[in-house]
Ligand binder design. Structure first.
Ligand code: G6Q
Length: 547
């Protein structure tokens, strides 16, 4: 920022924020129950659809006025301009001086997005085409390992953004995958992860995809070295590396240094953040599993949501509404967490994926002007698939003292019919959102014949906000739409809070300290330690145990 740039006021100082604070006071006595009773059109008015997604916001503590005030706020902070800046490649990741162009990863072949004088779309499609050819060759058996055997197991080695996306999406789309291929995802530096993953695999039939944007990440390189040793233990010939290792990275030099031929490298670009990269070459393992056509369907789903985000009016815009309603609870109702509850076993890893997307992006306390933010930013995001959660933590959502706005995600038809399971699954999902919104009053409990002493315990206060997201079924297209929905939700929120959703300096300190402590752990018993007393004691215990 130059000294002549106008200073953007903190969002809390805007009149639109104050208007929301006053509206919150007025809403204090409203209940979802009353809002529904007062307006028979409510469900319809607060439901928005786009392509395959239908999102019902009506079971939230909002009115038309709330949405109006929230969208006024979004306009006041310049959200439409920020969206345009992102899609046109402006360097909005100001702390890393980069464009933020994950949307270019799913641009159509005939689109054009120019960054520093270069149209990046042809490069994106060149990599996608190479990935497609490679995936085809694994799937049809024309690519063989060092001893001529076809590849039957693929191990993705990566962590964070180079793991969570492909691992989540592979599980989500397992029904569309080639079941003859065994897919594994190794991320943790805990040796147990790779040790368990490699059990039962035949080195002659195993391909490793080492996925690392920087190719300097300790966990990934340690796992990749272990994988290389495992392979060479049995195949003995260094030349085997070329047939069993490929890399996904932006850093050709480091890839070559590791010993992987850069001809076997699939590139991406510094304008793709790790947690926004599952639709880049980072998705190679997914593409091998589901094939290039289904991967392309997934990209179409992403693109459909991008178009919606860019063109729909703010008050009918799914990511904008999801983001703004999240801010309504986070900042005006003091909700500290938000749950994501997919009623789909295939989406088992989706909450973990979103945890990184949301919390690494918006877990910031310094704004774009370099000021400490005044008020809350990113909410804690968590969840589990239903119905499992119902038998565990749902008690607290129903009757606890905290407000936990929850997104329920479900499908009208199952990917594969298994008896009446799907009907029961969805009956549970709909029942939960109904119970959370409308609860059960003391009168209703007493009317049902419950003893007076126990009755208070059986009351459900209701008025617990939920958003229901439905799709026809879980397809690659729907998954793409869903991921892009949350990507743009995160961007909407970051824009309102005035923070940079695309850096992650908070993960750096731990990395630096871990490298230093690794040296301390391997030093001799008497080597000096320069840490606090607690950390030094832990290091000594470790040294003693590993003497
Ligand atoms: C994501 C983060 C982080 C990153 C990992 C792996 O946005 O930057 O999760 O993806 O640290 O980094 P590499 O891909 O460079 O190994």
């Amino acid at each position: 920022m130059s000294t002549t740039d106008p200073v953007t006021p903190p969002v809390q100082e805007r009149p639109e924020w104050e208007a929301l604070a006053q509206h919150r006071e007025a809403m204090a006595s409203e209940t979802i129950r009353d809002l529904f009773a007062a307006d028979p059109q409510r469900a319809e008015a607060l439901t928005v659809d786009d392509n395959d997604l239908v999102v019902d916001f009506s079971k939230n503590i909002v009115t038309g006025e709330t949405i109006g005030l929230l969208t006024d706020l979004a306009r006041a902070v310049g959200l439409p301009q920020r969206i345009d800046d992102m899609f046109t490649g402006k360097p909005i990741n100001t702390t890393e001086h980069r464009s933020v162009l994950h949307v270019a990863l799913r641009a159509s072949r005939d689109d054009s997005i120019v960054v520093d004088g270069t149209d990046v779309v042809p490069e994106v499609h060149e990599v996608l085409d190479r990935m497609g050819d490679f995936a085809d060759s694994i799937r049809d058996g024309s690519f063989t390992g060092h001893t001529g055997k076809r590849i039957r197991s693929v191990v993705n080695i990566g962590i964070g953004g180079s793991d969570l996306g492909p691992a989540m999406a592979f599980e989500a789309l397992a029904a569309y995958s080639d079941r003859d291929l065994t897919m594994k995802f190794v991320s943790n530096v805990d040796g147990a992860d790779i040790d368990e993953a490699l059990r039962g695999l035949d080195p002659q039939e195993t391909l490793f995809i080492v996925c690392s944007k920087t190719f300097t990440t300790l966990e990934t390189l340690t796992n990749a070295r272990t994988a290389r040793d495992w392979l060479l233990d049995s195949l003995t010939d260094e030349a085997a590396i070329g047939k069993h290792f490929v890399a996904v990275s932006t850093n050709a030099e480091k890839v070559a240094e590791f010993g992987i031929d850069t001809a076997n490298m699939f590139g991406f670009w510094d304008w793709v953040g790790g947690r926004y990269s599952m639709d880049s070459a980072v998705g190679l393992s997914l593409m091998v599993a589901i094939g290039r056509d289904q991967f392309s369907d997934m990209l179409s789903g992403f693109r459909a949501m991008d178009t919606h985000f860019r063109t729909a009016p703010l008050d009918r815009n799914l990511p904008v509404l999801l983001g703004l309603i999240g801010i309504w609870y986070n900042n005006f109702w003091n909700a500290e967490t938000q749950a994501v509850l997919p009623y789909s076993q295939y989406l088992n890893r989706f909450p973990a994926y979103l945890q990184q997307l949301e919390m690494e992006s918006n877990g910031k306390s310094v704004d774009l002007e370099g000021r400490t933010v005044d008020g809350q930013t990113g909410a804690i995001s968590w969840g589990q698939p239903g119905t499992n959660g119902q038998h565990a933590f749902f008690q607290l959502i129903h009757q606890g003292t905290k407000m936990i706005p929850s997104d329920f995600i479900g499908y009208l038809t199952p990917v594969r019919e298994v008896g009446d399971h799907h009907l029961l699954l969805m009956a549970n999902m709909f029942a939960q959102t109904e119970a959370l919104a409308f609860g059960k009053t003391l009168d209703e409990v007493l009317e049902s014949g419950v003893d007076v002493d126990v009755a208070p315990h059986r009351v459900f206060p209701g008025n617990r906000p939920t958003t229901t997201i439905l799709a026809p079924t879980l397809t690659p297209f729907v998954l793409g739409q869903l991921v892009a929905l949350y990507e743009h939700k995160v961007f909407t929120q970051g824009t309102v809070w005035g923070i940079n959703s695309f850096d992650q300096w908070g993960v750096e300190l731990g990395k630096v300290l871990a490298t230093r402590i690794a040296d301390d752990l391997s030093a001799g018993d008497d080597a000096d330690l320069d840490h606090d007393a607690s950390t030094s004691a832990a290091i000594r215990r470790f040294r003693e145990a590993n003497r």
